[in-house]
Design a protein around this ligand. Sequence first.
Ligand code: CAA
Length: 382
Amino acid sequence: MIRDPESFSILLDTVSRLVREKLIPREAEVTEIDEIPADIVAEMRTMGLFGLTIPEEYGGLGFTSEEEVLTSMALCYASPVFRSRIGTNTGIGAQGIVIDGTAEQKQKYLPRLASGEITGSFALTEPESGSDAGSLKTTARRDGDHYILNGSKRYITNAPEAGVFTVMARTDLQSKDAKGVSAFIVERNTPGLSVGPADRKMGQRGSHTADVIFDNVRVPASSIIGGKKGQGFKTAMKVLDKARLNIAAVCTGAAERLLDEALRYAKERQQFGKPIAEFQLVQAMLADSKAEIYAARSMVLEAARKKDGGENITLEASCAKLFAAEMVGRVADRAVQIHGGAGYMQASAVERLYRDVRLFRLFEGTSQIQQLVIARHMLKES
Ligand code: CAA
């Protein structure tokens, strides 16, 4: 659903202009310094990008799902690390509060997340609990009207930048599964909370992940999201439903860029006396990529519209994430293939994007987890 097509189209044009004029020209610099430059972060704040999906009453733009995915596609025509900088505020680092938070929690945190004054971060994964998220070991032991958190989280996006974390921890210390988990809002400066050094990754330079360590971190009982213990795993899953659909949009935007890079190169590069775009084997790679991007785009939009219509889209989000993450991997591979040796060189955008997009088959649920979610739904419905 697009609430006001005219003003939304102006916003999308503004995002596309930002991408073309400011973000793409700075991609090499971001890779070099492994940081989104402060002036770009400031510009994204001014444009309201940190608050895209936060309700208007808390200072955000209150985007519908369709508006969100279209914006992500447009933004991710530039390196996906720019989106990653705002992505925990528009997604996993704020949505727990948006979806399940109490009125007080929303009032306290959402305005600052919407403005980008603070960065949110989502702490679910642990050293021994990745795909099996319900087995997490971080504990939250009750102590009067407080909880004491102990444990560690791994690969947490934007942890080095974060001002506030959504932390899934076990409040039922006897339990071993998803039922004993609660979600907490934990402020960065709480004593005992520390963030490890930024991880050295295959790609996505400029977007940071790190361990987050909880050593007797004392938080008020009122920091449980929604005020109800034992609901944290469900909150995390609801957040991920929304996030997975958006990652499918991110993959689609990145694939569009990769295909344009490949098409441009195929038209310029001459071999055997003519542009390689005139060879049918190259055309096949371009055509397959175009068709697959169209399919991903259609899936994402259909699922987003369904969500805006109030329907549950757990199945559709997993379908879209599975297809789009695998699709962008194939498109990236073909883009490198069309570039030949030039695509293997670090000066080439497709070399960098090839490594960047590999992440999408892994994070916010691997492709195999999406298959599992899809199959479980099919079996349940039959
Ligand atoms: N919405 C609401 N509730 C849900 C739900 C959803 N989408 N999915 C599950 N639930 C509920 C279930 O109904 C169930 O509730 P009841 O006990 O009341 O019936 C409860 O949650 C437990 O569900 P399951 O039994 O299905 O749980 P499971 O332990 O079998 O796990 C899983 C299911 C799909 C495998 C899940 O563990 C999962 O998604 N794993 C992948 C984790 C993941 O995506 N991690 C990514 C971390 S974030 C990230 O990558 C970003 C970063 O910062 C790097």
